[in-house]
Write a new protein. Structure first.
Length: 329
């Protein structure tokens, strides 16, 4: 298990990289507001959910696919089996074609006992200009893809009170989505200053936290704490255009989880297959000045000793680079 905890004092944002070195990969982001835990799954490779309790798999709120090559979706059956009939809807998103592919997966079973099932999947396709949406019902044996109102795509594909998710359409020979999860800036009352003011608590404090009320009181009593961010990047060409596009978006991210398919010396092979090298991932992290870079999704063309050399190559560019802790040294 690889668990990274960000800012426990405000809102816990944890990231768990799933899957072994050289195998399929995925990541689970947990956003803990203190009142609720939101679970966001990124990709679903074969066996990647095995390290999670079944109860937690059942509570995944959303699944985000980078793309639908087999090594990113081969573990989907385990997720679907745990969630297909739960009362709460499952939200899924991915590049254009996501709803069509998932509909095939939904219909790949015998559904003769489906009557009365409450399960619902809301699936979104992200294209350059539009987020299209469909609804699928377990009680209908997932037979029909019900079109729902779409919306323009402006970078953000999920917006909740406790978090947002941004998507960037990248080039893997097919569209592949890079993701950034952000928690919002938190506004809290400074208790010492409130006590010094001598005014009793009440509904006026809620108004103050919302930015309403006397400007001087807002300025003196409100403490703003910036939110945190974590990124999930995998399977796309890292050329100059991609570097220039992503580095500003990633600026200040606490953790970037990024593929490391190829050694630095295999840069031509990486470009031909529209992947990136360990050194390119590290250069992106350096330019964005992120908190740390966690490399995953390594190519099995290399041996474990070569993986360690790849880590060293990345650390030479960006020292705050590591592998997921559950991979060992």
């Amino acid at each position: 298990m690889n668990l990274i905890v960000l800012r426990k004092d405000v809102m816990a944002l944890t990231v768990e990289v799933l899957g072994p070195a050289g195998g399929d990969s995925a990541a689970l982001v947990r956003v803990d507001s203190g009142q609720a835990i939101h679970r966001l799954l990124f990709d679903c490779g074969e066996g990647c959910l095995a390290s999670l309790d079944h109860a937690e798999v059942m509570q995944v709120d959303r699944v985000f696919f980078s793309h639908f090559h087999m090594d990113h979706v081969a573990g989907f059956d385990a997720l679907f089996r745990a969630t297909f009939s739960r009362p709460e809807p499952m939200h899924a998103a991915g590049p254009e074609g996501t709803a069509r592919i998932l509909h095939h997966r939904f219909r790949g079973y015998l559904w003769n006992l489906h009557h009365g099932l409450a399960g619902r999947w809301l699936v979104e396709d992200v294209s350059p200009d539009l987020v299209a949406r469909w609804r699928f019902e377990a009680g209908e044996a997932f037979e029909t893809a019900h079109p729902e109102p779409g919306r323009p795509f402006a970078g953000r594909i999920a917006q909740e009170a406790d978090y947002s998710v941004e998507a960037y359409i990248m080039d893997h020979g097919t569209p592949s989505l890079a993701y950034i999860v952000r928690t919002p800036t938190r506004r809290n009352i400074d208790p010492a200053k409130l006590a010094a003011l001598g005014r009793p608590p009440g509904p006026w404090l809620k108004e103050l936290k919302a930015g309403r009320g006397e400007p001087e009181l807002v300025k003196s009593l409100i403490v703003e704490t910036p939110g945190e961010a974590v990124a999930y990047l995998t399977d796309f060409l890292m050329d100059d255009a991609a570097m220039d596009r992503l580095a500003p978006a990633l600026a200040g991210c606490a953790t970037v989880i990024c593929e490391s398919q190829y050694r630095a010396s295999d840069v031509a092979l990486a470009a031909a297959n529209k992947h990136m090298t360990c050194a390119q991932a590290a250069e992106l992290a350096r330019r964005a000045d992120v908190g740390e870079l966690v490399l995953f999704h390594l190519s099995s063309r290399y041996t474990p000793p070569e993986w360690r050399e790849m880590l060293a190559e990345a650390q030479a560019v960006f020292p705050r680079t590591r592998f997921p802790s559950h991979w060992g040294s």
